[in-house]
Design a protein around this ligand. Sequence first.
Ligand code: HEM
Length: 482
Amino acid sequence: MQCLHHRGSPPLPGALAAALTPPPLQEAPVAETSSPHSEETCCLEKLGEKYGPVFTVYLGPRPVVVLCGHKAVKQALVDHAEKFSGRGRMPTLDRIFHGYGVILANGQRWKQLRQFSITTLRNFGMGKRSLEERITEEAQCLVEEIRKTNGFCPISHTVANVICAITFGERFDYQDEKFANLINTIHRLFLHGVGMRCLGPYSCRELYEMFPSIMQFLPGPHNDVLQDVKVLHDFIIERVQMNQKTLDLGCPRDYIDSFLIKMEEEKQNPLSEFNIKNLTLSAVHLFFGGTEMVSSTLRYGFLLLMKYPAIQEKVQKEIDCVIGQNRSPATEDRGQMPYTHAVIHEIQRFSNIIPLGIPHAVIQDTQYWGYTLPKGTDVFCLLGSALRDPQYFSNPEHFDPGNFLDENGNFKKNEAFFAFSSGKRVCLGEGLARMELFLVFTTILQHFTLKSPIDPQEINLTPKASGFWNIPPGYKLCACPR
Ligand code: HEM
């Protein structure tokens, strides 16, 4: 056994002092039809080709173990699920959240918050008919907004309203200025969290990840994150205060009410993690994750359907055949729509929204891949590398729904489909996201044919920004009524 990156231990095979001699993070040229790459992922995957699927990089003084390809990622997240269930450091966000809130929590705090959040999302309809009706209504609102053809396609508002319904028990009007501001804030946060290029080859966020103690004193977009989180935080605090005034302990209306009730139940328990800080920050996390991940996938999906009109046409034929034009799509239609189901999977695989995954950490000394990873080691599971693993996808760089179809045209699962990650930290909103993706895509394509104002072959899929996540480029679409 060999030990990765112990202080004073001999250099490891594949270990790199990345920050001292920075590898050039050059603009990654993206071939016209190839999948959107994060520059960081590209760089890390190239290192994987050279050093093998498991290697260490140094982000400044901080060693991070990188896992590349389906086999290495699966072995960590699935086969050693418990040991790899810690949340790794993300200095850009840690300085704001300090380990509070479900996404960034660790240990008992995370266990309590995760269990509670899953149960509460289910109680408020995740995976159930009641929530399906809400999503369908929102999808119809989106159709109406698009019909008005005022150049506004409020995809983010649609999905934000679904998570708002669960978290705050309320939907907002698309024209509501405050709501629009919140959506913009989330989007900006997503963008700044990814990092904007400003200092040579590195983004401020990348530099912050490497040298937080210096970067916190320097100006730049990495600091805008603070203001944006404050806006979201203030909004949630306001909502919590509203709920507190009208709380009925026997009748929770939403996630916030349920949390307040839990706080009341556990107020004598000194080990309870149910406090205002975890409530507000978990609500921020749900709002953020629930809005931006789904809307980015939908936006990439619409772009891909314009680029590949033959695929769009095939989906519409399936919609016409199974659903028709006289009723709204329902999740139970999915079983009879293998092609559409495969296209949605392929959109998620190809758009690769979270290529680096959210950092993990090992919670105890861990034997893995012939190395010993000391407790607390940060681990990047490159989800994007699993989604493009040539052993599982015959033509991984191309958009091909055939990746999820068998020779008879039936839907075929692919075990390297890690868009939602896997294991103990697997996306908490997966059920909700899957429902939303199916219902919104089918509702839109039932009513419209999406056409690009430019030649489909000219459509450029390069992300607007990339880093921990890929943000789709801005584009115009023509929604032609069918
Ligand atoms: C297409 C949409 C989505 C994608 C691709 C996605 C993907 C992911 C990924 C890759 C992770 C990291 C898992 C890990 O640490 O290994 C994650 C975590 C998480 N997601 Fe999602 N997500 C989506 C939608 C949602 C929605 C709708 C919600 C809200 C209900 C949500 C809430 C969360 C939360 C709370 C976590 C943290 C889980 C934990 O740390 O235990 N996500 N998601």
